[in-house]
Design a protein around this ligand. Structure first.
Ligand code: ATP
Ligand code: MG
Length: 564
């Protein structure tokens, strides 16, 4: 394509709103433009790359036996009410009303729609297993849309759903799609890792997330330094067995701690380490108030709390409702003198604390010399904290280290959860009615594009892997005002096109410096420049990635390029 005709609005200035490389470079190189927070236009270059990612996904999904369909984004509320997610999705679900005042949602995901579709169309095991997928914009009113395409409110997703007679068949599809995902991300040139993820309390069994390793990732991967264990830090179980100190139990003592709010302030005032204090936080677990206690140096993992209760919603309780029931604000909470209606649960580490401190549920007071067996009534001890670097790996092999990751894909064994809720059943090979066993499989297509940029750029611009570059070649004519040069360049453009190359042809009447800058920004790997030696029949080839460059005679260019 001729660059003079293309909408590639490269920027000279650094886009101020961009905090990370992919956001900054995709704006600067004219691939995307923002319309609203988390909502982006894809300009011609962006669209071309997006389509390449889509096509890799399509090829691998088709090869794995999945069939492409397209479901609507506009979805009647009844479906979401039936599944229960009209309430549990909360503010993330974009809602709207039609002219008859009927409620709708914009598709954030399509379990509800696909389950109702298959419920109505498939009624016998003979049609199973069945996997369908689509590539389509999704809508989520994210709390913090940011980092450009990484966390949008409208973004492109590939979502697939599989339907089975039994779990054995689901396992097969899961493995097949897991492998397809690995090939997709390999073909995108990504350095990624599949990690064990949280399957939630309900229905889910196995689930893996595909994480692109990157410092800007919002997820943390906990991996073993000795084995191939890798999990999302959200779900990695802690298997440490804590040892109790052999220290004499002292008498419980109430101490004044005026104005003290944080764990560190308590520790400083009472002259002990963070690990000798108890942290207590109130959560609302499906409307029930629960006080969760951990050691002061540990972080409470709310997902583990959620899974323990098999709850739909777990959120921090407000300070006001906490005070109404417990009688104190956040700085002075603790597991002593807790009214009966509040359940107290504690992390396993708490059980072995000796002469610890905790809040007294009275502003400005703490207890010292707290000994759990003697002083506390904990209704349940469980693994409730986040794993930490240095902890024993959950597979018992090695120690945990952390890395940051961008979640680009997710495969999930749903089981019969949605089929049960939406009444989707079929006649099995025994002639009995059974719920569909389901799997779901998502890829963030636009997020994958941004993740590739995170791994493929330098200080001058983008550096696409060949599989995703918007063009195969960038042809630059440095003297677009000279007729004879234009003639040679035009001919070369036609010739390269004829050879099957998709060529971006910079035929603009711009200065050489501008052309090189834009070319570096745009990031096509292979560059052919017609410059000083045009009359002798020479062009300059440069590989943007390796820096290799050489003068090549036009007559041997075709052969030369096939070897690059
Ligand atoms: P996250 O934890 O990042 O919010 P999620 O668990 O909500 O992701 P899924 O519901 O599993 O994501 O969606 C499937 C895929 O869609 C994700 O693996 C991710 O690649 C992509 N995705 C999810 N939310 C966004 C978003 N706001 N912007 C861009 N891509 C997204
Ligand atoms: Mg999300």
């Amino acid at each position: 394509m001729r660059q003079s005709n293309m909408l590639i609005p490269t920027l000279r200035e650094e886009p101020k709103e961009a905090e990370i490389a992919s956001h900054r470079l995709l704006l600067k190189a004219g691939y995307i433009r923002k319309l609203a927070s988390g909502v982006y236009n894809f300009l011609p270059l962006g669209k071309k790359v997006l389509r390449k990612v889509e096509n890799i996904i399509r090829e691998e999904m088709d090869h794995a036996g999945a069939q492409e369909i397209q479901m609507p984004s506009l979805q009647p509320a009844e479906l979401w009410q039936t599944s229960g997610r009209w309430d549990t999705m909360g503010l993330e679900l974009m809602r709207l009303k039609d002219r008859h005042d009927r409620d709708f949602a914009l598709g954030a995901t399509h379990e509800e729609v696909v389950t109702s579709l298959i419920r109505d169309e498939v009624n016998s095991y003979k049609k199973l297993p069945l996997t369908v997928y689509q590539i389509q914009n999704k809508y989520r009113d994210e709390r913090r849309p940011r980092f450009g395409l990484l966390r949008g409110r409208e973004f492109l997703m590939k979502d697939a759903y599989s339907f089975h007679q039994d779990f054995e068949s689901l396992d097969e599809a899961y493995t097949r799609l897991y492998n397809a995902y690995s090939r997709i991300f390999e073909r995108c040139g990504l350095n990624f890792r599949a990690v064990i993820a949280d399957s939630g309390a309900m229905g889910g069994k196995d689930t893996h997330e595909f994480m692109v390793l990157s410092d800007v990732g919002e997820d943390t991967i906990a991996y073993s330094d000795k084995s191939d264990y890798a999990a999302n830090v959200e779900m990695a179980p802690v298997i440490t067995s804590y040892e109790k100190k052999t220290e004499e139990e002292l008498d419980l003592q109430k101490v004044e701690t005026p104005g003290v709010k944080t764990m560190q302030e308590v520790a400083d005032l009472l002259n002990h380490s963070l690990a000798e204090g108890m942290k207590a936080i109130t959560f609302k677990v499906d409307d029930k108030l629960v006080l969760v206690v951990t050691r002061g140096d540990h972080e409470i993992n709310d997902i583990k709390v959620k899974n323990l209760y098999e709850a739909e919603i777990v959120e921090l309780a407000s300070e006001q409702e906490t005070r109404e029931i417990l009688g104190a604000g956040f700085g002075s909470l603790g597991p002593i003198n807790v009214p009966e209606e509040v359940e107290v649960i504690a992390d396993n580490a708490v059980a072995s604390m000796v002469n610890a401190t905790c809040g007294a549920n009275e502003d400005g007071y703490h207890y010292a010399n707290v000994n759990p067996d003697r002083d506390l009534s904990i209704s349940q001890y469980a693994d409730l904290r986040f794993i930490e670097e240095g902890d024993l790996s959950p597979d018992g092999n090695g120690n945990i280290q952390f890395a940051k990751g961008i979640e680009v894909g997710h495969v999930f064994k749903l089981g019969t959860l949605y089929a049960d809720r939406l009444g989707a059943s079929f006649l099995n090979d025994q002639g009995k009615s059974a719920s569909f066993v389901m799997g779901c499989y998502g890829i963030g297509v636009s997020r994958t594009l941004a993740a590739v940029v995170e791994q493929y750029h330098d200080d001058k611009g983008l550096l696409w892997p060949d599989s995703l570059a918007p063009f195969d070649l960038h042809l630059l004519n440095l003297n677009a005002k000279k007729e004879d040069h234009v003639k040679i360049a035009d001919e070369l453009y036609e010739k390269l096109h004829g050879l099957g190359y998709d060529v971006l042809y910079d035929d603009r009447k711009e200065r050489a410096g501008v052309k090189f800058n834009d070319s570096d920004l745009i990031g096509v790997t292979h560059r052919v420049t017609l410059g000083k030696r045009a009359e002798e029949g020479y062009v300059e080839y440069k590989n943007r990635k390796t820096g290799f460059q050489d003068d090549i005679h036009i007559s041997s260019l075709a052969k030369f390029l096939t070897n690059q």
